[in-house]
Design a protein around this ligand. Structure first.
Ligand code: DON
Length: 303
């Protein structure tokens, strides 16, 4: 079956599941997003694209941005980054503070909130303007400079008490170099970037292509680093559901509370599925099922 037929067949199976989830309302500006939306896109390593549903609608990428800031931070800091952030799944919700105290301000991994806030701090050492660097990385892949939704960023700033607590805890242990407010400003703005499924599949395609931009010879990261980023996505990218996601879907993936999930089929393609209603773990219900059906029908689990 062609990839296009395959994804066209997925929407009718997953749309009924939207009512089982809830749009993220802990960020007030996200609470008003219409839950009844679904899109999916594929970008293959040789640059072919396929899409279905509302694949061209922009949404708040939220935690999906953590993979891209990590990519920039690894490029700049190399192994030294792992002195400041761990490589282990947390088994706790994405915004949990519990392990941060036990680990003396060292987050379990770079894809939970605490880890991404640490990575934002590391990027402030590397770049005068980390958001500009992040937008440039995205633009190099898609050809379009994405927009920030500053209303979403401001909404998070007003209500981001847990993120502020994490940043302060890391600062108290000496693991943040820059002022908490400056670090959180980077973090909230990176989360507020707006991209569509089609754009996200395009941006993530280098991780399916040994670190090279899809359809080109341009190296974004080395093949070794791309493998390692994929390993972190598989083990930590869907928070305390990473085990179940590996069990059911079997692909490296990163979710965000905007309802998007970007996934990698190594050597073949990047995918993005989006639908705003989330399960209790913060992963989109319909997008998770869409990726599960895709991996099953295309027989492309990494296991
Ligand atoms: O910091 C937060 O809570 C959000 N900006 C991002 C969380 C997120 O996307 C977790 N995803 N499932």
């Amino acid at each position: 079956m062609s990839l296009q037929k395959l994804i066209d067949g997925i929407a009718p199976s997953v749309i009924p599941l939207i009512s089982e989830g809830r749009v993220a309302d802990y960020i007030p500006a996200l609470a008003c997003v219409d839950a009844q939306q679904f899109g999916m896109a594929i970008h293959t390593v040789d640059g072919q694209t396929h899409h279905t549903g509302q694949s061209n609608t922009g949404f708040s990428i939220q935690s999906i941005s953590k993979v891209l800031t990590l990519t920039l931070a690894i490029e700049h800091h190399g192994r030294a980054l792992w002195q400041r952030v761990g490589l282990e799944p947390s088994g706790d919700p994405f915004n949990s503070l519990v392990q941060l105290e036990h680990k003396r301000g060292v987050p379990r991994n770079p894809l939970i909130n605490a880890g991404a806030i640490l990575v934002a701090d590391a990027l402030l050492d590397a770049y005068d303007d980390p958001i500009d660097a992040l937008l440039t990385l995205i633009e190099q892949q898609t050809g379009t400079r994405p927009k920030l939704d500053l209303e979403v960023a401001a909404s998070e700033k007003e209500t981001g008490f847990r993120n502020e607590a994490m940043a302060n805890l890391m600062k108290s242990f000496g693991n943040l170099q820059h002022p908490v407010e400056q670090v959180l400003d980077v973090y909230f703005r990176q989360c507020s970037i707006v991209l569509s499924c089609e754009e996200l599949a395009c941006v993530f395609a280098f991780l399916a292509n040994d670190g090279k931009q899809a359809g080109t010879e341009h190296t974004v990261v080395s093949a070794r680093r791309a493998r390692r980023i994929n390993a972190l996505m598989l083990t930590c990218g869907t928070y305390d559901r990473a085990g179940e996601f590996a069990f059911e879907v079997g692909l490296p993936a990163k979710s965000g509370v905007g309802g998007g999930i970007a996934a990698i089929v190594p050597g073949k393609m990047a995918l993005c599925a989006w639908s705003p209603a989330l399960s209790a773990s913060g992963n989109s219900v319909a997008a998770t099922e869409a990726l599960r059906l895709f991996a099953e029908r295309a027989n492309c689990s990494v296991f």
